[in-house]
Design a protein around this ligand. Structure first.
Ligand code: GLC
Length: 553
């Protein structure tokens, strides 16, 4: 299918074409030598990001938090955790980034707070039925003495989604027991979050990435999760365990009213955005979240979950452009983040290891070389597409997952809640390498880092790649520069029929052919000026297996 979707012409706002770089503050750069990344560390490395050519940074949470889920358990939404710095550091970050034309997006975590949030502490101290308890999801249990949880919901991290408190009531936590779900039917909760939005917008945040945007509203009466294969026999794109109709806590219709309230607040300011982390499928459903008066963007997880496979990629690109285009929103594209196995490692396997978990020392270890080759091709393919793109810190270095991290170092609650059956997400969260010869590869002056780095990270260090022709870092710089020079983010899209074969596929965006060879025999590169290639060696004049070129036709 070839098309020129509406979204492409829907406006020239910065976010429609932006490349947004995700910083995981714990692991980006350590400014105070305690082995943990922080905001001063980020500021000290902004020049490197300016050189890379990104438009904005989304920072995973740096708010006050007991760090039970690496900061996604917030105990004060309007302050910075001392681990990461101060509000003054945040202001400096916004100012320093602005000098370099980079915007700062913060991470809003509205589905749940930390159990140490004063509201939850007050709820524990108050009686059942109190105003304090109504801010969360407290319920009576089932069974003769309320000894059974109120329903059969399971935590995303494993185990039951309910924990019982001393007086016998249970509270809901879709994630860890240290992350009680807030009650979004409660007016005070709603008002407080609007004030949180304003707090960060007033300080100069360019907007928000909204955590678990699909979880806020729960179905009336909190019914059991019931597997239902009759009406949704897998064609909905949901994973089997989520294939329930309708799901009682994912993607409830009630979320849209909340999003619209937030959008009004954000629109009081110039040029700010909200991007939803919404794991809802299919994309036609996800597109509802980015209608004109709702979120600006949603992460395209359908794309992230698509392997390096010609037919599957073609289908997801068509669907994305069509569905997002139909509501006037740009599609986004993303391959890695802090919750999934890094794509340089994912693509090293023929059968992709289960998403959301990591890879442990007992698993089959990846073919790193193949993974990197495919990851470079996949990124070169993705960055040619029109719309917004997200990249995750370290991928510009071709960084693989840490796949041999021993259990004793693991920190992800998933590891503990499943007694190690699922190793969890630590492998993609390891501190990134800057300078090969320095302690902690330049991440921290302390030799020790909060998660240990594998020795192999030395060769991926930024200083080993900067200025080196053919390095992954230089490839990313070239991709971003060329993308910007030709305004591909706001560009057009059409499949290039002449270059289609069993193993190859290409599309044209604004006069540039982005052509891929998917694990096939060499193919001839069409006439034109080759602007860049995912592999340095183009001496044969042919496009080799798992390689992408950009050709100006
Ligand atoms: C989101 C975050 C993830 C976190 C979870 C609970 O999915 O990306 O890291 O554990 O929400 O807040």
């Amino acid at each position: 299918m070839s098309q020129t979707p509406n979204a492409i012409h829907a406006g020239q706002e910065w976010w429609r074409s932006a490349v947004i770089y995700q910083i995981y503050p714990r692991s980006f750069a350590d400014g105070n030598g305690d082995g943990m990344g922080d905001i001063p560390g980020i500021i000290s490395r902004l020049d490197a990001l300016q050189e890379l050519g990104i438009d904005a940074i989304w920072c995973s949470p740096f708010f006050k938090s007991p760090q039970k889920d690496a900061g996604y358990d917030v105990s004060d939404y309007k302050d910075i955790d001392p681990l990461f710095g101060t509000l003054g550091d945040f202001d400096n970050l916004v100012a320093e980034a602005k000098k370099r034309d980079i915007r700062i997006i913060v991470d809003l975590v509205p589905n749940h707070s930390s159990s140490e949030h004063p509201w939850f502490q007050a709820a524990l101290a108050a009686a059942p039925g109190s105003v304090e308890r109504d801010r969360y999801m407290f319920r009576e249990g089932k069974g003769d003495n309320g000894e059974l949880p109120p329903n059969n919901w399971e935590s995303v991290f494993g185990g039951p989604a309910w924990t019982r408190v001393e007086d016998g009531q249970w509270y809901l936590h879709i994630f860890d027991s240290s992350q009680p779900d807030l009650n979004w039917a409660n007016t005070e909760v709603r008002e407080e979050f609007k004030s949180v939005l304003r707090f960060w917008l007033d300080r100069g945040a360019a907007g928000f990435r909204i955590d678990v945007a699909h979880g806020l509203v729960k179905a009336e009466g909190l019914p059991d999760v019931v597997e239902n294969n009759s009406t949704m026999s897998g064609e909905d794109g949901q994973k089997p365990k989520d294939r329930v109709s309708p799901h009682p806590f994912w993607g409830q219709e009630g979320v849209h009213e909340i999003i619209r309230e937030w959008r009004k607040v954000v629109d009081e300011y110039d040029d700010r955005i909200m991007a939803a982390e919404a794991w809802v499928m299919p994309l036609s459903r996800m597109a509802k979240w980015v209608r004109q008066d709702e979120y600006h963007q949603a992460f395209n997880f359908g794309y992230l979950e698509t392997p390096w496979d010609k037919e599957k990629l073609e289908a997801v690109i068509d669907e994305s452009l069509e569905e997002f285009g139909a509501v006037g929103a740009p599609s986004t594209w993303v391959l890695s983040n802090h919750d999934v196995i890094r794509h340089a490692t994912r693509m090293a396997y023929d059968k992709i290891p289960k998403q959301g978990d990591g890879i442990g020392p007992d698993y089959e270890q990846p073919n790193t070389e193949l993974g990197l080759r495919r990851a470079r091709a996949a990124t070169a393919f993705m960055l040619g597409l029109p719309g917004g793109a997200y990249i995750y810190q370290g991928e510009e270095l071709g960084l693989p997952e840490h796949t041999s991290l021993e259990g004793e170092y693991r920190q992800d609650p998933t590891y503990f809640r499943t007694q190690g059956k699922r190793v969890g997400r630590d492998g993609c969260r390891v501190p990134i390498p800057w300078e090969a010869a320095k302690p902690a590869f330049g991440f921290s002056s302390a030799g020790e880092t909060w998660l240990p780095q594998p020795d192999s990270y030395a060769s991926y260090s930024r200083d080993q790649q900067a200025g080196v022709a053919g390095s992954t870092l230089e490839l990313y710089k070239q991709l971003l520069k060329t993308r910007k020079a030709h305004d591909l983010g706001h560009g057009s899209f059409e499949w290039h029929e002449p270059s289609r074969s069993e193993h190859s596929m290409g599309f044209v965006n604004s006069g540039i052919l982005v052509l891929a060879n998917f694990n096939g025999p060499n193919i001839k590169i069409p006439a034109g000026e080759v602007l860049l290639s995912s592999q340095n060696d183009l001496t044969s004049g042919e496009l080799e297996s798992d390689q992408v070129v950009w050709v100006k036709l």
